[in-house]
Ligand binder design. Structure first.
Ligand code: ZN
Length: 267
């Protein structure tokens, strides 16, 4: 018996909607063979919004698990709305793989140049989280670890001054390779670099660690500002910072599970 299929016109072959085409392109370009990693990257986008690190702007990436010379990053969109089909793959020139022509973040060069210069970095968060920004503006004060959750900051976070590369009339965005390389140089071997008048960039050895660090960079900035209203803060010694960071690396999954459930309603 011939069964006639009532396929809607919009999904008949040859009449695919733009979103279907985007999904096919993404699957071919990303090609990680690691759906759990994509799932974590989507969750990271949602968590960073839910925890107040990103808003309509900001982004999180992870190094490509099958290609050490590429990374995964959402197309240009608000992080809280990212789904698996929105993930794109880029090479270290920040060029999309496989001709994926969807709009990309202007500041993807932050990610490409850090991955190029820091083989140890597996994930990157760029944000404009508000409590951090004052520490990039005031030259006489450094962002330093004032509590045990933020020992990863080390002695003090370096500051990237875009004027040293772009002059005094830029739009403040890291929008090309030269600026990305200058930012990576300012980051050096640190975990956090502040960007004067703009925001900050945090790096880690994986998605969960970089999300933890981005959240606690913002928390530390708030605590340090509050402490400075009361007096002169005592900051962690280098040994306290290193040891507390190591301890937190072993315990961060508890926080990830909580943040994920709050942001995704599962986990
Ligand atoms: Zn930015």
């Amino acid at each position: 018996m011939l069964v006639r299929c009532a396929t809607p016109l919009s999904v008949r072959p040859g009449r695919r909607r733009p979103s279907d085409l985007s999904g096919r392109r993404a699957a071919s370009a990303v090609g990680t063979g690691d759906p759990a990693l994509i799932d974590d990257l989507v969750a990271a986008n949602r968590i960073l919004f839910q925890q107040g690190v990103v808003d309509g702007f900001g982004h999180v990436s992870v190094r490509h698990p099958a290609r050490s010379d590429a990374f995964l990053l959402a197309r240009s969109m608000a992080p809280a709305l990212v789904t698996a089909g929105d993930i794109m793959a880029f090479d270290f020139d920040a060029v999309p793989l496989d001709g994926d022509d969807r709009p990309a973040y202007l500041e993807r060069f932050i990610h490409s140049e850090i991955y190029r210069t820091r083989p140890d970095v597996m994930a990157v968060v760029h944000s404009h989280s508000p409590n951090v920004i004052p520490f990039g503006i005031v030259k006489t004060v450094k962002l330093q670890p004032v509590c045990h959750m933020s020992g990863f900051i080390g002695a003090a976070a370096p500051v990237f001054e875009i004027r040293e590369t772009a002059g005094d009339a830029s739009d403040m965005l890291v929008r090309d390779r030269t600026l990305g390389a200058a930012l990576a140089a300012s980051l050096g071997s640190s975990s956090v670099v502040l960007m004067r008048g703009h925001g900050s960039t945090v790096v880690g050895t994986g998605i969960r660690q970089v999300v933890f660090r981005a959240i606690y960079t913002e928390v530390n900035a708030r605590l340090q500002s509050e402490a400075m209203r009361l007096g002169t803060p005592t900051v962690l010694t280098p040994a306290e910072a290193e040891n507390s960071a190591r301890t937190n690396d072993g315990a961060m999954h508890r926080a990830w599970d909580l943040w994920r459930r709050a942001a995704m309603g599962d986990g």
